[in-house]
Design a protein around this ligand. Structure first.
Ligand code: NAP
Length: 312
């Protein structure tokens, strides 16, 4: 078994990310990684860091609002400094867990990008790009996908629309004008960001050096998490109730599965953006494999990230 080194995780403050952190911190000493927790600074970040320390893990809190690319770059610089100072063991895994579903697709990030696309996709592309050279092989990059990218049965039941792909520069542009009531536009933006993550994962593997493996994890539908916090109260109440249905995924059940994606030998072979739904390696739909879209996304992402850097 590879020495567990250090694992960086975004979105550690609640639900899936928090349970993944606790599952990693609870591992026996020789299999327990150092943890870099990248999340919005404040009480929640400190609380999860303390919980992980209480379980024996060495933890660094790195305050970062992922909606701001300047913040993301600063977080990556902090990680590089910690590694250079030997304050943590070699970086073996980066888990891009944070996510949001902005209820209003007209909202822009500080860099001027649609908020869901900015947090779920662009921030992680920046972070991964800045830290790709800091990973020590064998290393893993685990991105968070969602089956909402295509027309699956849960999506239909929930009324979350499937992705409607467009050029990434368009996807990054906040909507204008009247927004239709309900969560339809928010759902499309969310599904688009998750389809972007699949395309990115495939392309990223082509750019990563040998021994750095890219995979995508789908935790199963976990109703009642904070992802839907911008939704109407009635919808949130239904979602919370569904979260109590036996057999439905929960952060408590899926968190350890995400931890396993980062650490367990079972998943050491995953690469090329292999898609795991909970514990099952799954073939993605044909729409999620598209060399032209993958290449274009890579190129447009570089433009979008550079534009944000240049405007400061
Ligand atoms: N829930 C599901 O059914 C489901 C299904 C498939 C995939 N997923 C994916 O699984 C991941 C975790 O989902 P979840 O349900 O646990 O979501 P959640 O309860 O909403 O937690 C999201 C995490 O992301 C963080 N985050 C959001 N915006 C951020 C920002 N601007 N800066 C820094 N951190 C930010 C949150 O931090 P704060 O505490 O500061 O808000 C929180 O830690 C997401 O990528 C999601 O898309 C979820």
């Amino acid at each position: 078994m590879t020495e567990p080194g250090t694992v960086l995780i975004t979105g550690p403050t609640r639900n899936l990310g928090r349970h993944a952190v606790l599952a990693m911190a609870e591992r026996p000493r020789g299999r327990r990684p150092d943890l870099l927790l990248v999340g919005r600074a404040g009480r929640d970040l400190t609380a999860v860091a303390d919980e992980a320390r209480a379980r024996g893990a060495r933890v660094h809190e790195i305050g970062c609002d992922l909606s701001s690319l300047a913040d993301v770059r600063a977080a990556a610089a902090t990680v590089r400094d910690l590694l250079a100072a030997g304050a943590v063991r070699p970086l073996r895994a980066l888990v891009a867990n944070a996510g949001t579903m902005s209820a209003d697709t007209r909202l822009a990030s500080p860099d001027g990008y649609e908020l869901t696309f900015a947090v779920n996709y662009l921030a992680h592309a920046q972070l991964v790009g800045d830290l790709l050279g800091s990973l020590t092989a064998p290393a893993r990059i685990v991105l968070l996908g969602s089956n909402t990218y295509h027309a699956n049965v849960w999506r239909k039941l929930l009324g979350v629309p499937e992705a409607r792909w467009a050029d990434p520069v368009e996807l990054a542009r906040p909507a204008t004008g009247e927004q239709a009531p309900g969560m339809a536009a928010a759902g499309v933006a969310y599904s688009n960001a998750k389809l972007a993550i699949l395309y990115y994962a495939h392309e990223l593997q082509r750019h990563a050096r040998a021994g750095v493996n890219v995979s995508v994890f789908e935790p199963g539908w976990m109703p009642g998490t904070a992802l839907g916090r911008g939704a109407p109260a009635s919808l949130q109440a239904v979602s919370r109730a569904l979260g109590r249905v036996p057999g439905v995924s929960t952060p408590r059940r899926s968190g350890p599965l995400l931890a396993a994606m980062a650490l367990d030998d079972t998943w050491a072979h995953l690469r090329d953006g292999a898609f795991v739904v909970k514990t099952r390696l799954t073939e993605v739909q044909p729409v999620a494999h598209d060399r032209d879209r993958e290449r274009r996304l890579w190129e447009a992402t570089a433009e979008l990230l550079a534009r944000a850097g240049a405007s400061r």
